[in-house]
Design a protein around this ligand. Sequence first.
Ligand code: TXA
Ligand code: MG
Length: 347
Amino acid sequence: MADRIETQVLRVRNIYDDMEPLQKAAEILAGGGLVAFPTETVYGLGANALDEKAVAGIFKAKGRPQDNPLIVHVCDLDMIGPLVTEIPEAALRLAGAFWPGPLTMIFPKSGAVPQVTSGGLPTVAIRFPAHMVARELIRRADVPIAAPSANLSGSPSPTTAEHCIHDLMGRVDAIVDSGSCGVGVESTVVSLVGEMPRVLRPGGVTVEQLREVLGEVEVDPAVCAPLAEGKAAASPGMKYKHYAPRAHVVILEGGRQAFAKYVNARAGDGIYAMCFEEDVPGLSVPSVSYGGEGDDASQAVRLFAVLRQMDELGAKTVYAHCPARTGVGLAVYNRLLRAAAFEVVRL
Ligand code: TXA
Ligand code: MG
């Protein structure tokens, strides 16, 4: 692992009452350091996106593969101009509808964005987050901030400062603690460099919402299926094992009764159910609910924390009840599929 460094935990409840720790975090970023900070989706691990050395530190701290590009976070639209060579009309419409918010757009990049930030790609991913602490931090640092999710590479994304502390203590300069994240799954990644807008990763802004604004929008086949062998990933992040607890996760697709019957028949040491609230009464194995059935927003908020909880409980095998693939549920399904290494049983 990287040499251990001292990590400060800076509590920022809001940007008005905790200006001092916020300013400290901004100065660390401006000085080339690494700071984990909250966004409305998940916590990010930030560094100055234009500082190659600082960005290289992110990859080292997370153990992230070098070819997996980072999202560059801005706090206003004026910050984008120098980072890209072109802003397509569709991007302006999406920005008007969903920024600030859980949407990331891919643009052709300018020479100002280092190769290490874009994972060697000719494009750059940009996001304007809604979280006030994130925005104020970027504004004070006064540089665009590259930030992947603030977890160790491969682990479930962090939705609380405790998750960041668990993964990154001793590896980063500071962790800004602002409580838990409101959306719970990462931003939607949309590429605007091809002929048709294309969703590379579903997230907080739904495909349905994107279609309302743009009309036709493609969803990359890798969103719901393993990458075909020999095919290059449109979004390099999709080719890695991801979001996975140590436990073996299996997704079960079917109704409440079929789910209970299948899981109860397998009761035993280390067997857990990760289910909907409504499933709990019918189960004879230990279970943790990750939200209400059909309540995609609550499932998204709880998903990653419950995946982490499964390891704390010592689960060996986790049977997860498959969510609906509509709304934010598509993002929940996409993350769960990767946590389960695509193991799905249709009941
Ligand atoms: O909500 C989020 O997006 C969070 C918060 C911190 O903003 N960030 C996040 O970053 O989820 P990360 O690095 O965990 O995921 C970024 C995803 C990866 O799948 C990556 O491959 C993809 O976006 N990506 C980044 N730049 C890209 C590019 N130029 N072209 C295609 N995909 C890109
Ligand atoms: Mg991530």
